[in-house]
Design a protein around this ligand. Structure first.
Ligand SMILES: Cc1cc2nc3c(=O)[nH]c(=O)nc-3n(C[C@H](O)[C@H](O)[C@H](O)COP(=O)(O)OP(=O)(O)OC[C@H]3O[C@@H](n4cnc5c(N)ncnc54)[C@H](O)[C@@H]3O)c2cc1C
Length: 597
């Protein structure tokens, strides 16, 4: 078996053959680049991930961040890995060349990030946040903020954070209580506390740049009154020189189930009344600006979930090819040698389901990543608009579906290893613990599902859903006869999704949002299975086409996994959308007291 991180043929099959990213090379934004350049970027990312990120995955978990004389202590390998990452330019992979970036397509940057995530999701989290903060500043910051903050973030000299959550305001950002007080000179002083801030305090790099949601005193309650501020740990003057420490301090560390290698902090802003913040963009436009980083982070979380699932699957597969136990159902003779567990049909079921979920989620994440490039750079305005609408719809699906099902893949990996999987001697328990965060952060899966059914499929007269269904129709058109029933099932699922949206519109009016959105989670699953199913059908058809020039186990494995997804996973989506259509509201009907004492 090749790399522990990724079947590289699968990755190139998705990028080249299924998603046809090569067409991006014809667009002016990527002039002079081609798929060989991108394959070289992925090879370089893979080599760095194996050399610098994978070796301290367990160490970062065992030696979790702790305080020594008031400073956060991390294993030295974390900073070494992030320096190596930055020195090759990966912080700036997707940033435009004019702004000091590598100018790569976003989908290639995302695919290469996936390799670092597969190697060590915790350490790669620092890079994800740093890059996201830089991209937000490039989009919404002033010229001075771009020069003083975004550039050093892209160079890897500074680290970034996103500071949204507070103890009383997690899912409900409208309840953020951090205040910003306007000063006579036009600057702001912030006061408040932020909970759960990843990478909030450490000694790596020259500075930490916090992007903080706060409410200017006197502004409206709720999310409309929120503004976004850049709050550096160390002051940065107009020339970009570092000054004294700003009034932002660590109040405590949070001790997590997984992803322990990335420090998680409780931060206090302005305890001495001297926390200087600079407004980013418009006052009151904070959440809209923050969404730039949150949407990128949601795709990143979907990719992270996928890659922890991928690493789990690949470890379980390797183990199943080495571990001997028992004999086949047809050969019970105890004098015969034990067989490899991969020969047991139940172990194959676990492996095949893992593969169908993680490679399906990988296709989904890269498909969404491609929409980022199309939205920004396609030559025709109408193509850009369609990609924007599709991306908006896909973002909660990428986050929630990948997190939901790739945690299941990590769970199955433990099952494949049996008792050994339940011990810390093997990495699959760590992959599962790492992965278990993904349904929670960046908006819980519950919040994503409500956003999808209560807003995304309804907004702009349902344009995003129509484009998703067009994609479904394109994927199913001309499926040859062996795959026709797969296409028929998918089309029926798409029609049921459309009916469910119509019914939801009516129910919102007749019964109100609590009942109308009671089955939002089922709706999210149905939509995710629908898009992932369409992408699996595409993988099957491409594999069939390539096999006509010469078949091999990679291509037949793709076809069989697609068939598994259709026959074993899609029925669950049909059942889920059936529950949405029935709308019996059994969950909404249960009274608090009826849950029991
Ligand atoms: C390890 C870790 C890292 C994090 N990193 C960051 C970070 O860097 N920056 C940052 O700002 N935040 C960060 N977070 C915060 C994270 O985004 C929140 O934990 C998350 O948004 C949920 O908020 P909460 O924990 O307060 O849970 P709550 O909001 O209290 O939710 C509890 C439960 O209630 C449900 N719920 C709540 N409200 C609703 C609703 N309106 N409708 C339906 N269901 C609802 C939720 O789905 C959840 O199941 C991190 C969290 C963790 C655990």
């Amino acid at each position: 078996m090749g790399s522990p991180l990724m079947n590289q043929r699968h990755q190139m099959f998705l990028l080249d053959d299924v998603l046809d990213v090569g067409r991006l090379g014809h667009w002016s934004a990527f002039a002079g680049q081609d798929r060989d350049d991108w394959a070289a970027v992925l090879a370089s990312a893979h080599a760095l991930a194996v050399q610098y990120f994978a070796p301290h995955h367990r160490l970062g978990d065992v030696q979790e961040p702790h305080l020594h004389e008031g400073k956060v202590v991390l294993p030295a390998a974390v900073e070494t890995a992030l320096s190596a990452y930055a020195s090759v330019g990966f912080n700036a992979a997707a940033a435009p060349v004019a702004q000091g970036g590598m100018g790569l397509p976003y989908v290639i940057a995302l695919a290469s990030d996936g390799l670092f995530m597969a190697a060590n999701i915790a350490t790669s989290g620092y890079a994800l946040l740093t890059r996201g903060a830089a991209h937000l500043l490039l989009a919404h910051g002033s010229e001075s903020q771009i020069r003083r903050f975004a550039k050093p973030l892209l160079e890897g000299r500074y680290f970034g954070t996103m500071c949204l959550s507070e103890p009383q305001a997690g899912s409900s950002l409208g309840d953020v209580s951090t205040r910003a007080v306007l000063q006579p000179d036009g600057s702001y002083r912030l006061e408040g506390s932020k909970m759960w801030i990843s990478g909030g305090e450490h000694e790596m790099g020259e500075n930490i740049i916090h992007l903080v949601l706060a409410r200017v005193v006197g502004d409206a309650p709720g999310v409309r009154g929120l503004s976004l501020f850049v709050v550096p740990r160390l002051h940065v003057d107009a020339a970009g020189c570092l000054g004294a420490r700003n009034d932002v301090h660590l109040a405590g560390l949070n001790h997590k189930l997984g992803q322990r290698g990335i420090v998680n902090t409780f931060l206090k802003f302005g305890e001495q009344g001297q926390c200087h913040g600079e407004l980013i963009g418009e006052r009151g436009g904070g959440l809209a600006a923050m969404f730039h980083m949150m949407n990128e982070a949601r795709i990143g979380v979907g990719m992270g979930a996928t890659m922890s699932g991928m690493a789990s699957y690949r470890y379980a597969l390797r183990y199943a090819r080495e571990r001997r136990q028992g004999r086949s159902l047809e050969q019970r003779d105890p004098t015969q040698p034990q067989i490899l567990i991969i020969e047991h049909v139940e172990v194959r079921r676990l492996l095949l389901r893992q593969r169908a979920l993680v490679e399906g989620a990988h296709a989904l994440c890269l498909f969404a990543g491609l929409q980022v490039d199309i939205k920004a750079h396609a030559p025709e305005a109408s193509t850009r608009q369609r990609a924007a609408a599709l991306l908006d719809l896909l973002t909660p699906i990428v986050k929630a579906w990948s997190a939901e099902f790739c945690v299941q893949a990590s769970d199955h990996a433990i099952q494949v290893l049996g008792g050994y999987g339940y011990t810390r001697e093997y990495p699959v328990e760590l992959y599962w613990r790492d992965n278990r965060l993904n349904p929670i952060h960046e908006g819980t899966n519950g919040i994503q599902a409500i956003d999808l059914l209560g807003r995304k499929v309804l907004q702009d007269d349902g344009v995003g859903l129509r484009i998703m269904l067009d994609f479904l129709r394109d994927s199913c058109a001309d499926a040859p006869s062996p795959w026709q029933p797969f296409a028929t099932t998918l089309m029926a699922l798409g029609e049921a999704i459309q009916r469910a949206v119509m019914l939801t519109k009516q129910r919102l009016k007749s019964s109100g949002p609590v009942r109308a959105l009671a089955d939002a989670h089922d709706f999210m699953i149905a939509c995710g299975h629908c898009v992932v199913g369409a992408l699996w059908l595409r993988q099957a058809l491409v594999a069939e086409r390539l096999a006509s020039k010469g078949d091999d186990v990679f291509l037949s494995g793709k076809r069989k996994t697609a068939q598994y997804f259709w026959q074993h996973e899609l029925p669950d989506a049909t059942a889920a959308i059936g529950r949405v259509l029935a709308g019996q509201g059994s969950v909404a009907d249960v009274q608090d007291a009826e849950f029991g004492e």
